[in-house]
Ligand binder design. Sequence first.
Ligand SMILES: C[S@@+](CC[C@H](N)C(=O)[O-])C[C@H]1O[C@@H](n2cnc3c(N)ncnc32)[C@H](O)[C@@H]1O
Length: 227
Amino acid sequence: MRMRRKRNLEPRMAACGAVLLARGRPCPNLKEAAQDFRARLDLAALFGGRPVELEVGCGNGGFIAELARRCPDVGFLALEVCDNVVLTAMERVLRENIPNVRFLNIPAELIPCYLEEGSVRRVYLNFSTPLPERNRARQRLTSPRFLALYRDVLAEGGEIVQKTDSEPFFDYSLEQFALCGFEVKETTRDLHASRWAADNIVTEYEAAFAAQGKPIFRAVAVKRGKI
Ligand SMILES: C[S@@+](CC[C@H](N)C(=O)[O-])C[C@H]1O[C@@H](n2cnc3c(N)ncnc32)[C@H](O)[C@@H]1O
């Protein structure tokens, strides 16, 4: 179902300027844009030298807001392609006075335009769209081209934390992690019944899937030194 466009979207986006670092414009050739455009962020200045973590596809921002509250000594970047959606996340962070979250309203394809190599210590992928159709495999957020982007921005020993409700997508992701220079650990096929449940922050999609009785899959993929 298509989401209705929010009222007064543009003035409300403008009012979130203090937490919005970048806004992608429609762009016919993302590859070219990524090659030609560099407006890299000064993360040390932004977050006072704190370690930085990135959520890709933050949705309404419930996860990143809670994580940022729990970890005040970490700087968080929340990336979301849809302006209509990221607006909710930004307004929440401003309303709740959470100081250590900033937003990138761009497609994940443009990560290298904004982030230096090795500048992030963790990437969160929460309930990325599984895209089961074969001809959409390239668009999955754990396909090799995206894993290469995360690998570049991750510091040595940095990691991806993935959660999903889709077992085929999970299996696909585990395979791609291993093929693309990551070592997989802390795998569970029922997060809510696992030893990681106590510290888990339930995202908006996760709450909906769990309410339907679906198990939640989770894995951590650690960047290996060499592929
Ligand atoms: C299924 S929702 C999950 C939202 C949230 N993480 C949660 O767990 O509740 C996936 C989100 O990823 C965003 N997304 C999908 N592809 C993206 C891309 N290439 N770059 C940035 N965001 C993307 C979508 O707009 C959507 O908000």
